[in-house]
Design a protein around this ligand. Structure first.
Ligand code: GLU
Length: 473
């Protein structure tokens, strides 16, 4: 006996290009991508650009940029719905021919009147089926000068049910569903219809999308069945809530994924964090893209809404920064230093990254920290100097400078030993040397470990800055 081959998994991300690639969209894309990758299937990108008033080329580009930044490249596409109009028209013509769709000449005003009437009778407002062909029914005479819409002949009995991959079994009575308009009077296809034809033509096997689409699903399933297609499996992902429990929106700050690039988040951290918003694998909080692909499946997707937590995102990002190579960080941070007006070649940036990476939550913080070495040097303020460069400190600094000049090697180890020896010699605690040294050499009271800071600044710079003060032993 031969077992039929399981059809290859084909998923899609189908954004409408009406804004940025926002966090919710990126997460939906990630789930579809990870599901396809896990099953060695195909991930498709489809741009749903039929809303001409709201779609813009900039928004398309923003989606492509966001997908590229997160490295979720599609195997097929991007496909653009506006380029598929002929195909939609062809399917509409076929449905009109086989009777699964029909022309409806009711004007919008008439349909509104039908709705009002149903409502006044305590029924669900809906189109009353005036133009729906039935066996033995005589349709009204076609009015002159009215361009008809095309409606789908939705089944009237029974229910449309699916076993949602996330929400479980869902069943909607067909009596609840109107005969959906699938083409407008000018012949252009409507939203749900394009989705159906695309999912069918693109042989989509699994649809993972936001749960704001649950209501569309029975309509789409019915049209697919009328076309003789097997509907894909559907999984509806609950929304993301902001930290205040409201639906995540612009109010909560950056919602475009590219804003996170600007703010200095690493794409790996973003992927890791987004995946955990509504999906889990035991208690794992940190996992690689490869592990995500290995572990991802729909039964670990949560039924309840996830909450956006900026602190946790920072924690995840800090982890990825810490474990990145110094030279990788240097490459990513260099342009950010330039943006701050600094010169990334002014110091050995790899070493700077090594010094700063354990305490940075973002690449921008790294750039800000690196300005100590790459930015212009400004002497300590008079106030700071008066407080810390006291006569007592000046004596110690003068001694330190003399010893430093004679050091055989300018290394962190050598400087650390010299600092310790100076403390012993003058019988002082670290603060009495560390702070004045920072103030004199960097102009600031707080810096990372002073021995490492001195190493990176280099002997010439350190001695020059100390000499400018002309401290006397
Ligand atoms: N274009 C829809 C949206 O951006 C998604 C449609 C779908 O996934 O079926 O919300």
């Amino acid at each position: 006996m031969t077992t039929p081959a399981t059809p290859i998994v084909r998923t899609r991300f189908a954004p409408s290009p009406t804004g940025y690639l926002h966090l919710g969209g990126a997460r939906t894309a990630l789930f579809s991508w990870a599901y396809a990758r896990h099953h060695k299937g195909v991930f498709i990108l489809r741009i749903e650009d039929t809303d001409l008033e709201r779609s813009t080329p900039q928004a398309v580009q923003a989606i492509l940029d966001g997908m590229a930044w997160l490295d979720m490249q599609p195997d097929e596409g991007p496909f653009y719905q506006m380029k598929r109009m002929d195909r939609y028209r062809e399917v509409i013509a076929r449905m009109l021919k086989d009777g699964s769709a029909y022309h409806c000449y009711s004007t919008p005003e008439e349909v509104q009147a039908m709705r009002d009437k149903a409502r006044s009778l305590g029924r669900k407002p809906r189109y009353d089926g005036t133009w729906r062909p039935e066996r033995g029914k005589v349709l009204p005479a076609i009015p002159a000068g009215v361009r008809p819409v095309v409606r789908f002949r939705n089944p009237q009995d029974g229910a449309t049910a699916w076993n949602d991959l996330i929400k479980g079994p869902i069943s909607i009575d067909n009596a609840e569903l109107d005969d959906l308009i699938i083409a407008r009077p000018d012949g252009t296809p409507t939203y749900n219809f394009c989705v159906v034809v695309d999912d069918w033509d693109m042989r989509i096997t699994h649809v993972l999308r936001g749960d704001d689409h649950v209501n569309n699903t029975p309509r789409q399933i019915n049209i697919l069945r009328a076309l003789g297609a097997t509907p894909p499996q559907y999984g509806h992902v609950p929304m993301i809530l902001g930290p205040d429990g409201e639906k995540l929106s612009k109010r909560h700050g950056a919602v475009s994924v590219m804003e996170y690039d600007k703010a200095g988040y690493l794409p790996e951290a973003m992927i890791n964090y987004l995946a955990r918003l509504g999906w889990s694998h035991g208690d794992e909080e940190i996992f690689s893209r490869e592990q995500l692909v290995e572990w991802f499946d729909t039964h670990n997707l949560s039924k309840s809404a996830a909450q956006w937590d900026p602190k946790k995102l920072n924690w995840v990002n800090a982890h990825y920064i810490k474990q990145s190579d110094n030279d990788t960080l240097a490459r990513l941070v260099a342009p950010r230093i330039e943006k701050l007006g600094g010169n990334p070649t002014a110091a050995k940036l790899d070493d700077v990254m090594g010094l700063l990476k354990d305490r940075a939550e973002t690449l921008n913080q790294l750039a800000e920290g690196a300005m100590l070495f790459c930015g212009p040097y400004t002497r300590a303020s008079d106030e700071l100097a008066a407080e810390h460069l006291t006569p007592e400190a000046q004596v110690i600094l003068a001694d330190f400078a003399a010893q430093a000049q004679a050091l055989p090697a300018w290394t962190t180890e050598a400087l650390s030993s010299l600092i310790k020896a100076t403390l012993t010699k003058h019988n002082i605690k670290m603060g009495k040397l560390g702070i004045p040294l920072r103030v004199a050499v960097t102009g600031e009271k707080h810096t990372p470990a002073i021995d490492a800071v001195l190493t990176i600044l280099g002997r010439d710079t350190v001695l020059k800055r100390l000499a400018e003060y002309n401290f006397q032993p």
